[in-house]
Design a protein around this ligand. Structure first.
Ligand code: ZN
Length: 138
């Protein structure tokens, strides 16, 4: 069995941003040489997500509105977590959007359903943060 690991780094210019990382993950898959197996991709921070969905700008706007309804960023004082930090909302947004995805590797490709793309969901940005890609198989 082969094993491959790589960290991808991101620094968004806004507090919240969704980044399509499918091309980066595909580069990892090509580098690994693995043709049959499983790929795990997870955020290494508790205020960011990795999830799979459609790369459609209307939907991404809808996510922003929906997440702000569920866990509004402001006022910061509404959260007990916000003492030394102001990112309680980001922890909650990450919880809803998930920590990781697992994708089957079939014949050297990410075995996606229709329109599936992998996203990095940043909820407390403006600093360097990373995503882990781990691939096992043969
Ligand atoms: Zn925090």
């Amino acid at each position: 069995m082969k094993s491959y690991k790589k960290e991808l780094w991101f620094e968004t210019r806004s507090r919240r941003e969704l980044v399509n990382i499918t091309p980066d993950v595909n580069v990892c898959l090509q580098e690994s040489g693995i043709r049959e197996g499983l790929l795990l991709c997870n955020a290494m921070h508790i205020t960011a997500s990795v999830f799979i969905n459609d790369d459609e700008s209307g939907l991404h706007h809808d996510y922003e509105v929906w997440l702000e309804k569920l866990a509004p960023e402001k006022p910061h004082s509404q959260y007990r977590h916000n003492g030394f930090e102001d990112n309680a909302d980001a922890h909650m947004k990450r919880q809803i959007m998930g920590r990781e995805v697992v994708v089957a590797i079939t014949e050297g490709k990410l075995d996606f359903g229709p329109w599936e793309q992998i996203f990095y969901g940043e909820f407390d940005g403006n600093r360097r943060k990373r995503v882990l890609v781990k691939i096992i198989g043969e």
